[in-house]
Design a protein around this ligand. Structure first.
Ligand code: F6R
Length: 260
């Protein structure tokens, strides 16, 4: 696992957007897995700026969703489908045809989950999966004690996650209890995992993820099992890392030809 400590969220966004740009130059039709929430917004802004201001061509990029609320009406502005279309797909000049996600309003949720796992595999698998991290250590919406082998399925949000996400809704009661999320096993199949964490509120979860044991109680610790996982943290989110100086030195000494 590579740990990169950046000064702030904007620098994290720039670094990861550059890695996505490199990927799209190597593989123009790459499948990019995107997370929602506040943390990845600087990545999407930096990437959209590159598209506007450079000759980076993202027209063949494909975008896929990590997770989705269950039970919000189709087109709800806070459904993750709407959020990804608004924050990622449209600013990149792409259309819905470049985008895939699980159907959180399906009658048969179990079938929708299975269909999504199959659709990801049929699309050739995710090339780069962006991840945030919950204050409780979740990735996607794999809450603590999710199976490390789990596939896309329905999960129940912890109260802590519902409270964390209430800022996107009018009140806590509006936050759904259920979600569809790519499983940890599904996430681990992506070719490159890139987790961004910013702010002091994520420091404990980051320390447990990076320096703690691999454990279902900290779902993000499963990244330790992946051969190509990058964790980008700002100074505040890095504040609980015992090996922070080592991570800084490693980054400073990294050969210039090696990307994340
Ligand atoms: C949402 C997702 C979640 C968030 C996490 C952090 O698609 O994957 O795991 O990344 O809840 O959310 P923020 O970034 O809002 O703190």
């Amino acid at each position: 696992m590579e740990i990169v400590i950046v000064p702030d969220a904007a620098a994290g966004g720039e670094l990861i957007a550059a890695a996505i740009a490199d990927l799209l130059i190597r593989k123009p039709d790459a499948l990019l897995g995107v997370a929602t929430g506040s943390t990845p917004l600087p990545i999407y802004e930096a990437l959209a700026t590159k598209v506007r201001e450079t000759d980076l061509d993202v027209s063949r990029a494909r975008i896929c969703q990590l997770d989705e609320y269950v039970g919000l009406p189709k087109g709800h502005p806070e459904s993750y489908r709407s959020v990804v279309l608004r924050e990622v797909v449209e600013p990149l000049g792409l259309t819905e045809s470049s985008f895939m996600g699980p159907d959180g309003s399906a009658e048969d949720i179990a079938a929708a989950c299975l269909a999504y796992d199959q659709a990801l595999a049929a699309a050739g698998g995710v090339d780069l999966q962006l991840l945030g991290i919950g204050t409780d250590g979740h990735i996607g919406f794999n809450e603590p004690c999710s199976s490390l082998a789990s596939r896309t399925r329905i999960k129940t949000l912890t109260e802590r996650t519902r409270v964390d996400n209430a800022r996107f809704f009018n009140n806590l009661d509006e936050v759904p209890h259920h979600v569809i999320t790519q499983g940890i096993g599904t996430i681990l199949e992506a070719r490159h995992l890139v987790l961004l964490a910013t702010g002091e509120g994520k420091a404990d979860a980051v320390a447990l993820t990076v320096e703690g044991p691999v454990s279902a109680v900290v779902p993000a610790s499963a990244l330790q099992l992946h051969p190509h996982a990058t964790v980008v943290v700002d100074e505040a989110a890095a504040s609980g890392l015992k090996l922070a100086d080592y991570f800084r030195a490693t980054w400073a000494a990294k050969p210039s030809w090696q990307s994340i």
